[in-house]
Design a protein around this ligand. Structure first.
Ligand code: PFF
Length: 454
């Protein structure tokens, strides 16, 4: 009975588009191409693919089955299985909330650039300088951050099938279409092959444990794992859905988007003799430079930032849905009240994240000797600590609390061919996930570097 008032997906396609929408985001579009380029090209891509298969599939299936078995939000789901373990869900809800606060600031930059391209592109000769002066301005980025949050709020207000699913079913196919068009354009530029080689040819000499850990962290963030997004989305699924096949399809689409992003960006960067640099500068400084010197560049620029917006907003709605679904189930709030309150709070925390790029000079020393601004603290804390922590907790929870018999019972509902997958899943969940997460933690705290003498 509760089920219907919580909402449910209208179709399998809609669920897959919404989940792929959550996974495909800023993480795929600028982080993956850069990471691959800087860490051995094809070698990184192969390692990344291996981890997606070993860890991504396993974790995703774990989250989906917890969600569908309990038909509850991230907190309620853990609590229902064992009342002592609601805290695992609580960590996830907090994580989502914190990620959205800074994600929305970057989403705001994307909307600003869409407007800029509608108005004829970035005119200033020094595109990187333009970007820096924009994000360090105390007021303007806040307006765009507010607009991005308003778009997210508006979609989530529409509910599961009427808002999230509907938006994803329109935005995700368009995203792929635009990405393919831009990838073809980029590949046909003179000199493109150098970039493709940089991105794809394996260079194993750059491979080390550090790269392995980076690839793991990227799999986590990119697949939206470790905070219960897939628990929440899984809770809106009906019994007849085949969970293992969904847990394969979503990572496959996410990986396809990451590869296409690399193929769209790197050849163009090399064709125009740009630096394949890291982070926001690549997307907001380097790419506008390329669009400015390309025939029909403004059109491609507009298309690119619209697709980035689709990617970012479909991830943001999944981040907002996690606390919203908790407040609706557990606090019995209406969707409208929950959406307004959480979006409002994220907006307020985001103000701090935005200002910390400019006038707010306060540095924090929790995670780095040199200090990090508030924006970087939020990013570091969530991606490198809270998400992996959520992952380990989930795997321990399934192994020791829920138990594999119960988990398999759930997974088998609606699935025909889970026999082979079952054994693999159990091994990977029991051994693979904790082992890999231990590696991430050791590396993050610098212990691993000391152990292997790097
Ligand atoms: N997967 C998104 C990206 O790659 O940008 C980010 C994200 C969304 C992380 C949702 C976590 C999450 F729950």
């Amino acid at each position: 009975m509760e089920n219907n008032s919580r909402g449910a997906w209208g179709s399998r396609f809609g669920f897959i588009m919404a989940s792929a929408g959550s996974a495909i985001g800023l993480g795929n579009l600028w982080k993956f191409p850069y990471l691959a380029g800087a860490n051995g090209g094809g070698a990184f891509v192969l390692v990344y693919l291996g981890i997606v298969i070993l860890l991504g599939f396993t974790m995703m299936l774990g989250e989906l089955s917890i969600g569908r078995a309990t038909k509850l939000n991230q907190y309620g789901a853990y609590k229902k299985i064992n009342p002592k373990f609601g805290f695992i869900g609580g960590i996830g809800i907090l994580t989502g909330f914190l990620i959205l606060s800074f994600y929305s600031v970057v989403g705001g930059w994307v909307i600003k650039y869409i407007f800029q391209y509608i108005m004829g592109g970035v005119q200033q000769a020094d595109k990187m300088g333009y970007f820096v002066s924009f994000i360090t301005n105390p007021y303007e980025p806040l307006i765009w951050h507010g607009l991005f949050m308003a778009a997210t709020l508006f979609i989530v207000l529409g509910g599961v099938s009427g808002g999230i699913e509907k938006a994803s079913k329109i935005m995700m196919p368009l995203l792929f279409l635009f990405l393919i068009i831009i990838a073809i354009r980029s590949l046909t530029l003179p000199g493109a092959m150098e970039g493709l080689k940089y991105f794809l040819i394996p260079n194993w000499s750059k491979f080390n444990l550090d790269v392995l850990v980076k690839a793991m962290g990227q799999v986590f963030f990119s697949l939206s794992l470790g905070m219960g997004t897939l628990v929440t989305y899984g809770s809106y699924l009906e019994g007849h859905e085949d969970l293992p096949s969904n847990a394969l399809t979503i990572p496959a689409l996410d990986t396809l988007a990451a590869l296409l992003a690399g193929i769209a960006i790197m050849p163009a960067v090399f064709a125009f003799n740009q630096e394949p640099g890291a982070g926001p500068g690549l997307m907001f400084g380097t790419l506008p430079n390329i669009f400015a010197s390309m025939p029909l560049g403004n059109l491609f620029g507009l298309m690119f930032f619209v697709l980035v917006f689709f990617a970012a907003v479909t991830s943001a709605i999944s981040l907002l849905e996690v606390p919203v679904s908790w407040a609706m189930d557990s606090l019995k709030w209406s969707r409208t009240k929950a959406v307004w309150i959480f979006a409002g709070l994220c907006f307020v925390i985001g103000i701090g994240a935005s200002l910390s790029n400019g006038p707010w000079e306060q540095k924090f020393y929790f995670f780095s000797k040199d200090g990090q601004n508030f924006f970087d603290v939020l990013d570091y804390l969530t991606s490198n600590i809270l998400l992996p922590l959520g992952g380990v907790f989930m795997s321990l929870f399934i192994t020791f609390v829920w138990g594999y018999d119960n988990a398999f019972k759930e997974i088998k509902i609606g699935s025909k061919n889970n026999f082979a997958i079952g054994g693999f899943w159990k091994m990977s969940m029991m051994v693979g996930v904790p082992l890999m997460m231990a590696l991430v933690f050791l590396q993050q705290t610098g212990v691993l570097a000391k152990l292997i003498g790097q």
